[in-house]
Design a binder for this molecule. Structure first.
Ligand code: AMP
Ligand code: MN
Ligand code: MN
Ligand code: MN
Length: 296
């Protein structure tokens, strides 16, 4: 089975740690041939109505999206939610609680950076923040590149902000069970984001997939800008082993930083069921132009 649908179900706007507005992302996705799009900001659904309106104005179908930060086995894991009700109060409340604490964490990151001689990083990072409730390590990374401390964001995450380096502040995010409950009770489908990115032992990875299934999780990202192509078959096999549908998304953050552009990904391996097959009645379809409607 060849999948001709160009779906991109993972990217970030200025509402979290991307550099483009939801409208600019929609235009870029559409320009790159994306037919089904989801904006998945970190821990925040404030951009959903804008993204949907922009997608529909361009004739592009839309799925609501979010990427929730979860702590599992003392590691940060990301869970993408798709096709939920963007006005669901419990989901909004859960995400708000998940975002709380980012401000204090950022102050602590800045204190640690000051100890190694990098002063004013909190104020510097704030200059890149589009949503005051969502200051992330990405904003610190942009500041450290802009001020010449590092050449690019990859170097920042090699030298700072990660375990064993200055500016690493462990943080307790949502639990796996809560994140999946918020997504499911809002009518959505949960997807394990970029599983190849976590530094799990095989036993821990198995535990993540098993517990995700036990909580009713249904999907896993296989083709993502956050995987190396060699990881696609690895997670295609995991999807089959655990009976999960597969998702596809660029994880695009910025034209200057992201290696994978919106929509610029290979198709899902043919033996997998794409996540959008489960979400047919949750797709917010763009109004068709009048001449197409007349032909029906
Ligand atoms: P936070 O939610 O504040 O912990 O920030 C996490 C974000 O940092 C991720 O969503 C990525 O956008 C970014 N990030 C984490 N690790 C890396 C890395 N090695 N290279 C580039 N960006 C990274
Ligand atoms: Mn990010
Ligand atoms: Mn992620
Ligand atoms: Mn992401």
């Amino acid at each position: 089975m060849t999948l001709l649908l160009n779906a991109d179900l993972h990217c970030h706007s200025v509402v979290s740690d991307g550099t483009l507005t939801p409208e600019a992302l929609a235009a870029r996705a559409h320009g790159n041939g994306v037919q089904l799009w989801a904006l998945t900001d970190h821990d925040e659904i404030g951009g959903q109505h804008r993204a949907m309106a922009a997608a529909h104005a361009l004739g592009m179908d839309y799925l609501t999206g979010v990427e929730i930060s979860v702590t599992f086995a003392d590691t940060t894991v990301h869970i993408v939610g798709l096709g939920f009700d963007a006005d669901d109060a419990q989901l909004a409340q859960g995400l708000s609680a998940t975002r709380g604490g980012r401000g204090e964490r950022a102050q602590e990151i800045a204190r640690q950076l000051a100890q190694v001689g990098i002063r004013g990083a909190y104020e510097g990072a704030l200059r890149y923040v589009g949503n005051p409730e969502l200051i992330s390590r990405t904003h610190f990374a942009r500041h450290l590149v802009e001020t010449g401390v590092c050449r690019d964001t990859s170097e920042v995450f090699r030298r700072f902000l990660t375990e064993g380096h200055p500016g690493y502040v462990p943080h307790r995010w949502a639990t796996l069970g809560d994140a999946l409950r918020w997504i499911h009770e809002a009518g959505g489908v949960a997807v394990i984001a970029h599983p190849g990115r976590y530094r799990f032992t095989p036993t821990e990875e198995y535990a993540l997939f098993s517990e995700f299934k036990q909580h009713g999780g249904q999907g896993v990202e296989v083709v993502t800008g956050s995987h190396m192509p060699s990881e696609y078959p690895v997670y295609a096999a995991m999807a089959q082993e655990f009976g999960l549908v597969a998702s596809r998304g660029s994880d695009f953050h910025s034209p200057d930083e992201s290696h994978t552009d919106l929509g610029a990904l290979p198709d899902l391996p043919g033996q997998l069921t794409p996540v959008w097959k489960l979400l047919d009645d949750r797709i917010l379809r763009a109004p068709r132009p009048p001449h197409e409607a007349l032909q029906q």
